[in-house]
Ligand binder design. Structure first.
Ligand code: PHE
Length: 528
């Protein structure tokens, strides 16, 4: 190709002083024609845009033949044709003018006669014309041929001006170029590779590939990295607080729970509004849970229906189906209940390798009276979980059908409400919430129950941040805990403190299908 020719010539000769000296591929002639110049300019522009060459252009005037000029180059000038058509003096009969016109055409006869006479080539004899010289030199034809071949005439400007006047040639502006090697000079015109591909590795073509140089000045594409969701960040922070306070994490993988563990075991009455369809999602398939352990089930149903452990119970008929219904857990207290039941296994005299053993810290504690008591199997425990719960809520800016609950329970002998309050103050202070207030509240499973309020410095008001209480004997004693064991617990949402902390005012920008990944990536929470 032309580009290759230019590169090869440069390679050989270091520079091209004049592109008109190139012989183009497939053309025997030098690159002086107009078409060749256009092609060369195209090739030069393409190569210089890749910095393989640099070039300077020069203007040049060249001459081309008109149609008449071309005819002269081929057949001779009008006067030469007239001379050729007439007989030599004394050899044949002189040629009459009408016969000459017939032989060479009106135009040639008219123009050529005068010049042939002037040149002394022909003469008149009677009514006809005869040659006066045996041979002629047709300078005009020679000039035309020279111009046709070279675009120029050595004879010079004066003759050219005369030929232009005679409308045999026209002047044309042309270009020629001086070409040098550029900074990226190479004899290969293949576009340099920008990427090393798997195909190149597989075929081995990388070995001979021409790779584009790195441009260290180029602006980079903004990088995007992974980002932890703000909820995960805050979850990690809260988990750290629990761990540094000596808590163990509870298993909370069972999103699907039974009515028994979510409500009955917590002494939530079977007629409680929280159990309504409007508040709880029930499963249609499978519908029913496996049966809980028989003796415990019996104790739970009895304390609901008839009372016991010092309670009169709800004195309402027990519904077995209600207990066996499967649902999406409405709080992680269902998981806490399962763990507390396990924690009490040894108190029930079950000599089992209990999961709860891992969650307790070994030593038996003495009873309130301090006297040396027989080991009733109880071990104190501090447990926590942070996981997802589901409620059939009307969704709005602050409510979703699912959210995360932070939950903690502390089990020990002789705990009081003051322990709970004191503990809450410490726990919330570690979360950066110093001002807390407690308000009496109601939960079916705790008595007393306290709502926790924190002063929000930005909003300049008290906002509810959690719910807590001392678990009821109706819940703990059927599990088998000794009478002096108290368990306090509390729960809060993970979303609320996250939203407050990072100034997010719509929960839907934080959780759910409307969450924007960009907002997550750019969240202040992600930076710390
Ligand atoms: N389960 C309660 C809730 O969902 C929180 C709580 C946990 C309250 C433990 C008291 C004790 O709000």
């Amino acid at each position: 190709t032309l580009q290759q020719l230019i590169l090869d010539t440069l390679d050989k000769e270091k520079e091209i002083k004049d592109t008109r000296s190139l012989t183009l591929p497939g053309e025997a002639q030098l690159a002086t024609s107009h078409d060749a110049q256009i092609a060369i300019l195209g090739a030069l522009n393409s190569l210089s845009s890749r910095e393989m060459i640099t070039y300077e252009s020069n203007e040049v005037f060249s001459y081309v033949l008109t149609t008449e000029g071309q005819q002269i180059a081929k057949e001779g000038s009008h006067e030469a044709r007239v001379w050729g058509a007439v007989p030599t003096k004394g050899v044949g009969a002189p040629l009459p003018i009408p016969a000459l016109k017939k032989a060479v055409g009106d135009e040639t006869a008219k123009v050529g006669q005068g010049r042939a006479f002037k040149n002394g080539w022909i003469g008149k004899e009677g009514d006809g014309l005869v040659k006066l010289v045996p041979e002629i030199k047709d300078q005009t034809q020679l000039d035309m041929q020279e111009i046709e071949n070279t675009g120029a005439l050595k004879a010079g400007e004066k003759t050219l001006a005369d030929l232009r006047k005679r409308k045999l040639v026209v002047q044309k502006k042309g270009q020629w170029f001086v070409v040098h090697k550029g900074p990226s000079f190479s004899t290969s015109t293949a576009k340099p590779e920008t990427d090393l591909t798997a195909d190149m590795l597989a075929s081995g073509s990388w070995k001979s590939a021409n790779f584009k140089k790195y441009n260290f000045e180029a602006d980079g594409i903004p990088t995007s990295g992974g980002a932890l969701h703000p909820l995960l960040k805050v979850r990690e922070e809260i988990r750290d607080i629990f761990l540094e306070m000596g808590f163990s994490e509870m298993p909370t993988q069972s999103f699907v729970e039974s009515g028994f563990w979510c409500f009955d075991a917590l002494f939530v009455p079977q007629q409680h509004p929280a159990r309504d369809l409007q508040d709880t999602f029930y499963l249609s398939d499978p519908k029913e849970s496996a049966a809980p352990e028989h003796h415990y089930y019996k104790r739970v149903s009895t304390v609901h229906e008839h009372g016991g452990f010092g309670s009169v119970g709800y004195r309402a008929p027990w519904n077995h189906d209600e207990s066996r219904k499967l649902l999406l857990r409405t709080h992680t207290t269902a998981s806490s209940a399962r763990m507390l039941y396990k924690l009490a296994a040894r108190c029930r005299g079950e000599d089992t390798e209990s999961d709860a053993d891992e969650l307790t810290h070994g030593a038996a504690t003495s009873t309130e009276t301090g006297e040396e008591a027989k080991d009733d199997g109880f071990r104190p425990a501090k447990l926590f979980s942070i996981d997802r719960v589901f409620r059939n809520e009307t969704m709005d800016a602050t409510h979703l059908a699912e959210f995360h609950q932070v939950e903690g329970v502390v089990a020990d002998r002789g705990l009081t409400l003051a322990d709970l309050i004191g503990f809450m103050r410490v726990f919330f202070a570690k979360m950066g919430i110093e001002q807390v207030r407690f308000k009496p509240a109601y939960n079916p499973y705790t008595e007393p129950s306290l709502e926790i309020f924190a002063f929000h410095p930005m909003l300049q008001k008290w906002v509810e941040v959690g719910n807590s209480g001392m678990f009821r004997p109706e819940m703990l004693e059927p599990m088998g805990f000794p009478k002096d064991v108290r368990v306090h617990g509390w729960g809060l949402s993970l979303e609320r403190p996250t939203m407050i902390r990072y100034g997010i005012n719509n929960i839907r920008t934080l959780v759910g299908h409307k969450t924007s990944l960009e907002a997550i990536e750019n969240s202040a929470a992600v930076m710390f």
